[in-house]
Write a new protein. Structure first.
Length: 343
């Protein structure tokens, strides 16, 4: 807990630290003629921008496949005897932790990561490193609210319990926890705050309120931003990204909200393991941090990367500061099985 509070204090001081940073240019090997295959758990344009920057620095060619975090986990498991990809880019740390515990990741302790990324955002054993963080949030279409709900004397839902109001039945969208890491983070965080039994009871009630369960974490924010639905639950940076594009979304980070560490890792037995390790090194550097935060509104795990415009540092949010990614990984199969069994 003391370490976490130090990390939060560091995030709060990001703008100052950015100005004082003396980070040196990252040294990466010449990989001309080599190739990298990556499974990407966030938007294609973001993955492509980061891989293009890596290619510019190293000469390595690349290809990538965009999948949800849950789909990546399933694919890496299915390909364990003959891996088709080299690295995993993005997705909450519990997904990487799950694959680590299944023996499907290659240990790689980044020199840059050990020097510049707080220990709380890295795997203690060196199998994954976090390069961004972000909390779950409730997003509401302000125009839709003003037109159809404001006159009813209702209060905008700011906490998870507010979402059980019958007035919101059929107006909520959230990612499918079975395929989306964002969706699973919601279940895992509720389980850690309420206890498993109460969490499952809550999720059963919430499930009855939800109109759709898209397969990706970003889709709910798109559906709410366009006015198709009133309320979404997903990571706040996805909501802020759409606000930046002019969509009328108001966001609330619920008290006790779960949050993610977005990580990078190397797949065990990767066909291009040396290139994958260089890519993991690149992803925890300042150049990649700057590119990613500017494109996505996500908070970097590096203190020398600016807090994106419109974003708020974690220490200003009432998140669950004791959220355990290791526990979320351990509970993953059991919680998902029980979620799927909810009628």
């Amino acid at each position: 807990m003391k370490l976490f509070n130090k990390v939060l204090s560091g995030l709060a001081a990001l703008p100052l630290l950015c100005c004082l940073s003396t980070a040196q240019a990252q040294e990466l090997p010449n990989l001309q003629g080599k190739k990298l295959v990556v499974y990407v758990a966030f938007h294609e344009n973001e993955g492509k921008a980061l891989l293009e920057a890596f290619k510019k620095k190293t000469g390595a060619d690349f290809s990538f496949l965009r999948l949800s975090a849950g789909e990546i986990v399933a694919r890496v498991q299915a390909e364990k005897d003959a891996p088709k990809a080299d690295a995993i880019l993005g997705g909450a740390a519990e997904n990487h932790e799950f694959l680590k515990n299944a023996g499907l990741l290659e240990k790689y302790s980044s020199k840059t990561g050990e020097k510049d990324i707080p220990a709380y955002y890295r795997d203690n054993d060196g199998y994954w490193a976090g390069f961004y963080v972000g909390p779950l949030a409730i997003g509401i279409n302000k125009q839709y609210w003003d037109k159809s709900f404001a006159s009813k004397g209702l209060k905008m839902p700011e906490n998870l319990e507010d979402l059980l109001n019958p007035a919101f039945k059929g107006e909520i969208v959230m990612p499918d926890p079975a395929t989306s890491g964002t969706g699973y983070t919601l279940i895992a965080s509720v389980a850690q705050e309420k206890g498993e039994q109460q969490a499952l009871e809550y999720m059963k009630q919430l499930r009855g309120q939800v109109a759709q369960f898209p397969g990706s974490g970003f889709k709910p924010a798109q559906m709410v931003g366009s006015g198709e639905y009133l309320i979404c639950i997903n990571f706040i940076h996805d909501q802020l990204l759409l606000v930046e594009r002019g969509m009328p979304i108001v966001s609330f980070v619920p008290k006790g909200a779960g949050w993610e560490i977005g990580a990078v890792s190397v797949i065990k037995g990767a066909p291009n393991g040396d290139v994958a390790k260089a890519f993991a090194e690149f992803m925890v550097g300042k150049e990649a941090g700057d590119i990613h935060s500017k494109m996505t509104q996500r908070l970097s795990t590096r203190a020398d990367v600016d807090v994106p415009k419109g974003a708020v540092a974690l220490d200003k949010m009432q998140i669950n500061k004791n959220f355990s990614f290791a526990k979320a990984s351990e509970q993953r199969k059991g919680l998902l099985d029980k979620w799927k069994a909810i009628p």
